[in-house]
Design a protein around this ligand. Structure first.
Ligand code: FE2
Ligand code: FE2
Length: 199
């Protein structure tokens, strides 16, 4: 068993989780795209799937750099989750896949910002740009799904119950006017500290 060359258990855990969860997301989007009738919608979701594969690769490079092992448990768990979500997209109608994808993406934004902050506490800044870029890309995904269901009849109900929707987000990133990369760590304060994001 390799020993990571950085000592930051929460960061190591976050990277391992992100690596496996990105594949789950990609699998889910494969199923989601296949369930869509409109060619333009399908192409948009397919592009998001490709972005998630890219994220997985980028996270993997960081793991290799610091000798962080791939978690076999996460790989198995998220493999199953991704496949199940992908299959479910064919039977749960059009709204729910968009809604839950959007909510998931909303949380993923802060995952990468928090990782950036973890690295910074170790004095490591060389991944700032890559992590911030991934966070912004997740924000782009969130906005895409948000727009897609903006006028859906069910949205107000789901927003109330699940805490995400047209006017509720799980991050404080402003996609139309993002902070420069040097200030990216200002976002998502309080995320993962049990308090949610301070908006
Ligand atoms: Fe991603
Ligand atoms: Fe994403």
């Amino acid at each position: 068993m390799k020993t990571p060359t950085i000592h930051h258990p929460a960061l190591v855990e976050s990277l391992e989780l992100a690596y496996s969860a990105e594949r789950a997301a990609a699998y889910a989007y494969i199923g989601h795209a296949a369930s869509l009738r409109d060619a333009a919608d399908r192409a948009a979701v397919r592009q998001i799937e490709l972005d998630e594969w890219e994220h997985r690769e980028c996270v993997h490079q960081m793991m290799v750099q610091y000798a962080i092992p791939v978690s076999r448990w996460y790989e198995l768990k998220y493999h199953c989750i991704g496949k199940m979500i992908g299959l479910s997209c064919h039977v749960i109608g059009w709204f729910m896949p968009y809604f839950f994808a959007g909510k998931l993406e909303s949380g993923n934004v802060c995952e990468y910002i928090v990782m950036l902050r973890y690295f910074n506490t170790l004095g490591i800044h060389e991944h700032d740009a890559a992590l911030y870029e991934m966070g912004l890309k997740e924000k782009e995904h969130e906005v895409y799904f948000q727009e897609a269901i903006r006028d859906a009849r069910w949205l107000p109900w789901f927003e109330k119950v699940f805490g995400w929707g047209a006017g509720t987000t799980l991050n404080d990133v402003d996609a139309s006017n993002p902070l420069p990369v040097e200030d990216a760590g200002q976002y998502c304060k309080g995320y993962k500290e049990g308090k949610g994001v301070v908006l």
